[in-house]
Write a protein that binds this ligand. Structure first.
Ligand code: PLP
Length: 410
């Protein structure tokens, strides 16, 4: 008899976006004429930049010629891409990295979900609340979280760091010791960022407590304001305690193409039961070379074009486009009297639901009255209740129309 991994049974209900899809499909079946605008799931709508498409096409051509054909590539990514990542994303910000500290992968979702494998099961983990659900669910599957407390909407042994209206959606340091801390800035779902000084407090905490910061910077390209760090490694001391996840998904339209990377500095250490230190970089290399066979060559050939002059120009246009959507949503909602967070350095707008409505009620009302789909805050954690997320990844036309409908129909 095959036994189940009972940790999977601790996961309550369906995954957030499946539940949204279910409700939308049901609504569409009952209202076939409704013209629904989706500002819910964080998927992009603009096509790949032409520079990237060209890079991919050339990569495919090479694969079709015997002189340039490539089989298995290096699991951690081709040097040509790693060098460009360092040269463009880190060196200009004063961050020095060596090539073997960069691990190219097929997604920040998998990397953030898989990275926890390197840590002992007894570690105490902390997440912000609300949070990108992947950090929590992957640790549940691994058995690191205890049971789900339905009343609290939280797992027994996770330390939750509330992000509330009172603290301006900026989490406070944990009051008890934690070993692994997931941070995501610019944040999904709140759209908020931390300053360098604020981030430094986390680095200092991690150094004092020998904890590890798992820093998700998937949205760094959307930072508009000066003084907001794009990488945690801009903060002094972070190389000893932090790992950083990055992605081409939102930056360059790779959600359906898949390319991302993770930075694991050689100084970051984890300890065995005898107190001996082990390099997280070596452990991640071991993990990736065992369980992953690299991102396809044409995709990496496309990703490297992100750093060409043409690619940079096209990506800037795309990000400007989304951030103009963000402005339209943020200011439109503010005009309509809603309390909103984010949307300045991130493609997410986090709004407070009106009249203390719960977030799934607001979801149903927004879909029913305005035919606009967003994401209920409760899906991101107990402290997301009473909030709602809209994304700036729609088309301009849909974004303008969605705000108009919210203003006139809600
Ligand atoms: N990290 C955060 C915070 C995200 O919001 C997302 C996607 O929505 C990801 C990671 C996933 O990125 P990828 O497409 O590279 O898997």
């Amino acid at each position: 008899m095959a036994l189940v991994n009972e940790n999977y049974l601790k996961l309550p209900g369906s995954y957030l976006f499946s539940e949204i899809a279910r409700r939308v499909n049901e609504f569409k079946a009952n209202n076939p004429e409704a013209d629904i605008i989706r500002l819910g799931i964080g998927d992009v709508t603009r096509p790949l930049p032409t520079a990237v498409v060209k890079g991919m096409q050339e990569g495919v051509e090479e694969m079709g010629r015997s002189e340039t054909f490539r089989g298995y590539g290096p699991e951690q990514g081709y040097q040509f891409l790693i060098e460009k990542i360092i040269e463009n994303d880190f060196t200009p910000r004063g961050v020095e990295l060596s090539a073997d500290e960069v691990f190219v992968s097929d997604g920040a979702k998998n990397d953030t979900a898989n990275f926890q494998e390197l840590f002992g099961i007894e570690n105490i983990m902390a997440v912000t609340d609300p949070v990108y659900p992947v950090y929590v669910d992957s640790n549940v599957m691994a058995g690191r979280t205890g049971k789900f407390n339905i009343e609290k909407g939280q797992y027994e042994t996770i330390v939750y760091l509330p992000c509330t209206e009172e603290n301006g959606m900026k989490p406070s340091l944990p009051e008890t010791h934690v070993d692994m801390i997931y941070l995501c800035f610019p944040n999904n779902p709140t759209g908020m960022t931390l300053s360098k000084e604020e981030l430094k407090q986390w680095v200092d905490y991690a150094r004092e407590n020998r904890s590890i910061l798992l820093f998700d910077a998937a949205y760094e390209a959307f930072i508009r304001e000066e003084g907001v760090p794009h990488s945690i490694f801009e903060v002094e001391g972070a190389r000893e305690v932090a790992v950083e996840f990055r992605s081409f998904s939102k930056t360059a339209g790779f959600t359906g193409t898949r390319c991302a990377y993770t930075i694991v500095p050689k100084e970051v250490k984890v300890y065995d039961s005898k107190g001996e230190a082990h390099s997280l970089n070596q452990l991640w290399l071991r993990r990736q070379t065992t369980k992953f066979n690299g991102v396809s060559y044409p995709v990496q050939a496309g990703a490297v074009a992100v750093f060409s002059d043409e690619g940079k120009k096209q990506i800037k246009e795309t990000i400007d486009y989304y951030m103009e959507n963000a402005r339209i949503i943020r200011e439109g909602l503010q005009d309509a009297g809603y309390t909103v967070f984010g949307g300045v350095n991130a493609p997410y707008i986090w709004m407070k639901t009106p009249n203390n409505m719960d977030s799934w009620q607001f979801f149903d009302k927004l879909m029913g009255d305005a035919h606009v789909v967003g994401t209920p805050g409760a899906g991101f954690g107990a402290n997301g209740e009473g909030y709602f997320r809209l994304t700036a990844f729609g088309t301009r036309e849909n974004t303008l129309q969605a705000i108009e409908r919210i203003k006139t129909r809600m």
